[in-house]
Design a protein around this ligand. Structure first.
Ligand code: 3HC
Ligand code: NAI
Length: 707
């Protein structure tokens, strides 16, 4: 049972009891209607209280049901709400914890609502590419006014109930409870007094009966539409919220409700909603490691050490300071330590300057930081993260030192992006404690954390690092050990294709614009200029020794030979005016590319945007299939998460593998066959990965491999 009923005197208390968050799946909906009907029919019941249990009133519709036949089965949520609203006995909702989406809509169908302080309230459907579909677009504007209601729907963010209670003349909450522990008792008392008033002839209040309008009418909706369209270029749902709320102001309640339903059903089928729902599930799946039980005992992380205060070390330290965890930061010289500290301070001061960080909080964070030059100060840290130069010799020196000084049970993590974690672990006598924590730059901003599992990494170490990643607000994805891990290994293939496109006839600007129009935050050449083209140069030099068969376009090396490392040198694939970040196409670079083509004997050909996008994205897909086959990633959705959280892959397309499924793997394969005919591409590049072949043969999708 997912609904519990108890009689408190003459008040029937119906409690949602569907852990973890009382989502409103088919069973719950059926049981709710049955409980309501029974309470209605029971002569001993004068009034009804609807409450949640555990952490929440309700997190809304059951997301696991979406897209399944259960979602469409009666009673739907709107039907449950209608039953409640029509009840002849007063129904009081007692809200605590979370009241989200359908959960809030359910409460709005009750006659009265009482809310515990601190309850978080939202209509977050837009974050799933939807609009509220159980009356939220029609009842909320009547309850709190058109402007505040639309704002809540379009942003989808949680707000504290107190903020809504403070809206003048709001009708959403009849009462703010004294506390979370009293809200139910107060609701029962409210139900009892309502039943007395009702027995004396007072009608039951229903939000649907309230008037709905905006004083500026058309003008308001026009400007709301313009603002929402501009802020949500790739997502249709927010604009649909505006339309639905406008309907609430113009049409009878039931007509507005019917329009809302149609819009909800239409949005449910859009690729954007499918992508957003996939991303939501992918983020949660990524936390689950197939052979690490959820109840694996974790180590305590109360103090962290960071070795190296450079670009990454400083950002890594900030993550922990922001989460209130003390950090010791170790450098090899006073000068480097001072430089690192100054950068870290500058970062915080910029946040203070922009009003994003309170000066007192800044002071609190800095008080948690201990700079040092001596290993004795890091020895008692629970977790140490190494972020020194990307040089195996330097890493060896650091890890041998850590092995010698760190307390038993400390976790030793490396932020290496290209070195073999198992080799690093072998520098210690405790490989079970060694793990990769691959942050992305800027480390205090980027959401992705690749947690690299070495051959010997302990399960408790993995579980601990995943949890600590969550504490510092990262999206953690586990990767096995391979060159580049999940993200950089794939991006190398994408970058190689970008180079070949240049050789064959594209300009850097054309490639960047095509993939940016597809939705990437930044094209490969603008990205190279931002990150520093010298990084890739160093990797290619190493590759030339380690894997001489792997061919790259020479243009990137020629660019670096010209000293054009990117924004930091004022010139890269593009020109940059002093102090500016605007990328201006460079005549010098275009000449270099043309000379190079001439040397190769290549006649440039016109290449359209579709080919550019396909070659870049399918290069990712093919490499991802190899990564899955080698079990470097646990599931396709983990790879999508890496790309959404760390590489600016367009959210509305759901990640490379979700996107490929949408295109159809047979269409992807056909395009790859076409590209394989191209004599200027790398021979073998477009050989479909064995997993891709198997999926094609079985008419299966990447999604079929998700759990
Ligand atoms: N349905 C089913 N399961 C849900 C759920 C939902 N609405 N909301 C959360 N869960 C599950 C999660 O999948 C997760 O399961 P897992 O442990 O097996 O991975 C578990 O509850 C805990 O969730 P989180 O790990 O996300 O816990 P957090 O504390 O970090 O976040 C939350 C809690 C803010 C509620 C977050 O889960 C969330 O945003 N949930 C979605 C809420 C939402 O979008 N509701 C609207 C649904 S659409 C709707 O109601 C349509 C209606 O208008 C008709
Ligand atoms: P960096 O050059 O900015 O910083 C390295 C710091 O380590 C320097 O301050 C240096 O003084 C210090 N250092 C060197 N040897 C040391 C030692 N023996 N003991 C203590 N400190 C020492 O380098 P960056 O960019 O911060 O990279 C650090 C690590 O992070 C590398 O392994 C790199 O591959 C990895 N990484 C870098 C990313 C980036 O975008 N820069 C992204 C992800 C990982």
């Amino acid at each position: 049972m997912t609904v519990r009923c108890t009689l408190q005197g003459d008040v029937e208390v119906i409690a949602l009891d569907n852990p973890p968050l009382n989502s409103l799946g088919l069973d719950t909906r059926r049981e709710l209607v049955a409980a309501l009907e029974q309470a209605q029919a029971d002569p001993d019941v004068a009034a009804i209280v609807l409450t949640g249990s555990g952490r929440a009133f309700s997190a809304g519709a059951d997301l696991h049901e979406f897209g399944s036949p259960r979602a469409g089965q009666e009673p739907g949520l709107a039907g449950v709400i209608g039953t409640m609203e029509r009840a002849s006995k007063p129904v009081v909702a007692a809200l605590h914890g979370l009241a989200l989406g359908g959960g809030l809509e359910l409460a709005m169908g009750c006659h009265y609502r009482i809310v515990a302080p601190g309850t978080r309230v939202a209509l977050p459907e837009v974050k799933l590419g939807l609009l509220p579909g159980a009356g939220g677009t029609q009842r909320l504007p009547r309850a709190i006014g058109v402007g505040p209601a639309l704002d809540l729907m379009v942003r989808g963010e949680q707000v504290a109930a107190e903020a809504l209670v403070g809206i003048p003349e709001q009708k959403l909450f009849d009462q703010l409870a004294r506390g979370a522990d009293t809200v139910l008792d107060e609701a029962v008392a409210l139900a009892r007094s309502a039943s007395r008033r009702h027995a004396a002839g007072a009608p039951l209040p229903r939000l649907r009966d309230l008037p709905c309008g905006h004083p500026q009418g058309d003008a308001y909706f026009q400007s709301a539409r313009d603002a929402v369209r501009a802020a949500n270029r790739n997502f249709p749902a927010p604009l649909q919220c505006v339309d639905a709320v406008e309907s609430a102001t113009r049409e009878p309640f039931d007509v507005g409700l019917a329009h809302e339903r149609e819009r909800f059903v239409d949005l449910m089928r859009t690729p954007q909603s499918l992508a957003l729902r996939h991303a939501f599930m992918a983020e949660r799946s990524a936390r689950k490691i197939p052979d690490v039980a959820p109840d694996t005992a974790q180590r305590t992380i109360a103090k962290v050490a960071v070795i190296g205060a450079g670009t990454m070390g400083g950002g890594i330290a900030m993550n922990f300071l922001n989460a209130g965890i003390p950090v010791v930061m170790l450098e090899s010289s006073q000068q480097a330590l001072d430089r690192g500290l100054a950068t870290l301070r500058r970062n915080y001061e910029a946040q203070v300057g922009k009003g994003k960080l309170e000066p007192t909080r800044y002071a609190q964070r800095m008080a948690l930081l201990t700079p040092t030059l001596g290993y004795a100060d890091v020895a008692d840290a629970d977790l140490v993260i190494e972020a020194v130069f990307e040089d195996l010799g330097v890493k060896e020196q650091v890890f041998r030192q850590l092995d010698a000084v760190m307390k038993p049970g400390a976790i030793l993590a490396s932020n290496t992006s290209t070195l073999d974690l198992n080799t690093i672990a072998a520098f210690t006598r405790r490989p079970q404690d060694v793990v990769g924590m691959h942050f992305f730059s800027p480390a205090n901003v980027m959401k992705l954390l690749e947690v690299v599992r070495g051959g010997g990494t302990g399960r408790d170490v993995l579980a601990t690092v995943m949890a600590v990643g969550g504490r510092i607000g990262k999206i953690c994805v586990v990767s096995g050990v391979c060159d580049g891990f999940i993200g950089n290994r794939m991006i190398e293939q994408y970058t190689r294709q970008a180079g070949f496109l240049i050789d064959e006839g594209c300009t850097p600007d054309q490639v960047d614009k095509a993939i940016e129009a597809f939705g990437f935050a930044m094209g490969p050449f603008r990205m190279g200029d931002l990150a520093g083209n010298d990084i890739g140069w160093a990797i290619r030099k190493r590759r030339a020794i380690e894997k001489p068969g792997v061919r790259f376009s020479k243009t990137a090396d020629l660019l670096c030979a010209m000293g054009r490392f990117g924004q930091k040198t004022g010139a890269g694939w593009y020109d940059y005016a002093p102090g500016k970040r605007d990328a201006v196409p460079s005549r010098l670079v275009l000449d270099m590319i043309e000379r190079h083509r001439a040397e190769l004997g290549l006649t440039p050909r016109p290449i359209d945007d579709e080919e550019i996008v396909q070659r870049l994205v399918y290069a990712l897909v093919n490499e991802a299939a190899r990564i899955l086959d080698e079990k470097i990633a646990s599931r396709p959705s983990d790879i999508d998460m890496v790309y959404l959280a760390g590489y600016g892959f367009p959210l509305h397309r759901g990640g490379p593998l979700h996107y490929a499924d949408g295109v159809g793997l047979s269409n992807v394969a056909k395009a790859m066959e076409r590209f394989a005919q191209n004599p200027h591409d790398d021979a073998g590049f477009w050989q479909p990965a064995p997993l891709l072949r198997r999926l094609l043969a079985g008419h299966a999708t990447f999604a079929s491999l998700n759990d």
